[in-house]
Design a protein around this ligand. Structure first.
Ligand code: ZN
Ligand code: ZN
Length: 96
């Protein structure tokens, strides 16, 4: 089951379950759209994978399968991220 995290890992913006501004990589690293696509250019600074829009979890399911309230806030080193971006941003996700 996907962990629905409450905030952007890089800028700490609130990303509630129903937000349409949340993006995730395959490891559930969670970012706002601005960080995912503009700051990191669709290259996850932790794993090098791409981001996809995070789906919402419907209300009736949240009761039984609660979303996470544990904030993960770990701003990334932009110099390191840049090295990874330069290497991967022009490689389509399926070839990474
Ligand atoms: Zn952000
Ligand atoms: Zn990642």
């Amino acid at each position: 089951m996907l962990t629905i995290r409450p905030n952007c890992e890089h800028c700490d913006k609130d990303l509630p379950n129903t937000s349409t501004d949340a993006m995730i990589c395959s490891f559930e690293c969670t970012y706002c759209t601005t960080c995912a696509l503009e700051v990191f250019q669709n290259v996850c600074p932790s794993c090098g994978g791409n981001f996809e829009k995070r789906p919402i979890r419907p209300k009736n399911m949240v009761l039984k399968h609660p979303v996470s309230h544990k904030r993960v806030f770990a701003p990334k080193d932009l110099e390191k991220a840049q090295i990874l971006m330069t290497k991967l941003k022009d490689t389509p996700p399926k070839k990474r």
